[in-house]
Ligand binder design. Sequence first.
Ligand code: HEM
Length: 393
Amino acid sequence: MEDSGTSTALIPLLERISLDADDATSRRVDLPDGSRVWLVGDYDDARTVLTDPRFSADDQIPGYPCLLPAPPRPGALSFLRMDAPQHGRVRRVLTPSFTMRRIEKMRPGIEDATRRLIEDMREEGPPVDLVDRFALPLPSLVICQLLGVPYEDHGAFQEHSRAFLSTDGTAEEATAALTALGDYIRTLALRRRTEPADDLLSTAVQQQEAAGMTDEDVVAMARLLLIAGHETTANMLGLSVLTLFEHPDQLSALRRDPALVKPAVEELLRHHSIVRTALGRVALADVLLPGGRTVRAGEGVVLGIKRANQDDRFLTGPGGDGVDIHREVRGHLSFGYGMHQCIGQTLARLELQVALTELLRAFPGLRAACPLEDIRVRHTAVILGLHTLPVAW
Ligand code: HEM
């Protein structure tokens, strides 16, 4: 697996520092924009930063680390970048739609969509790019249905999402992509005011007044869901299949015992930690972290999720610091922690479990259609993924 690299200095730097074997503790690092921030790679320190209200997720507060190519305008990333109590008011509009019970009801639809994509792959015949034909369409179809976005528009919204998160383009391109996505969603939201449907966009429109949200807040919330709902799961799915190819013993074990899919998904989430260094916070007061470092008011923090997920507590059993789908991983930080912990995690887990199960069942001989060394890792900003994954069966 080769790192394709990116043109912006920010990402390789963050990637390097978060993977550096010596950075198990929390320490100060320089960002390419000249700012000096804390890189928190220690597990307990990371959980403190993510739960202590003296750390803010508001990217408009001076000192918040600049982690995206284009620093978003106020409110652009909705409740992802809000603190209590405003965060809870907005997030609560969505929470009833993401309970275990509600997500479990989506299982038959997700299974259907998965099987249809598999049939299309079969029809096309090998080699097929698994990223383009399976890993990206599946979560996109699911989030479209949940949110109420026509899937026919996937070409445009996938492109805009990538442009917003990409480190290869300019800040202007990233801002333009975010604006274009907003314009697209605004049109859909307007229609929901007169023609409500059974989807999250309609829920948001109906509850916007009670939640104290403006029209633009609704647009930002739906846009956040659209971006977060497909890009992350798609990347995770491609990487999961690649990792199984890289570990044939584990692939065979999963084929023999499909019940292993739950621990396997959890371990793969922990192992890849695809958000890497995408989480930032800024201190509102001086805070002494459990590891002994003091973060001063106004100082920025970048969470080293990959490093925190390599804490000794996870590396039990024969797998050591590699991948071991047999171990029961609990408490990893791949979905974050605390009040911003991923609202879509139950859905993401379900999609990943269904996708891997159906894929392995449908193609007993599934394998990479090129040497594994040729497969390139893609950094979309600070989220890890694959460009392509050619497969045969
Ligand atoms: C493998 C897939 C996924 C991963 C690894 C992931 C990761 C994360 C992480 C680490 C956070 C915390 C951010 C922070 O604390 O700053 C987060 C938040 C969030 N995620 Fe996910 N996510 C995934 C899938 C999804 C899906 C499927 C959806 C929507 C359907 C979603 C929607 C969100 C939203 C709206 C937030 C903001 C929550 C808040 O601020 O309260 N994510 N995600």
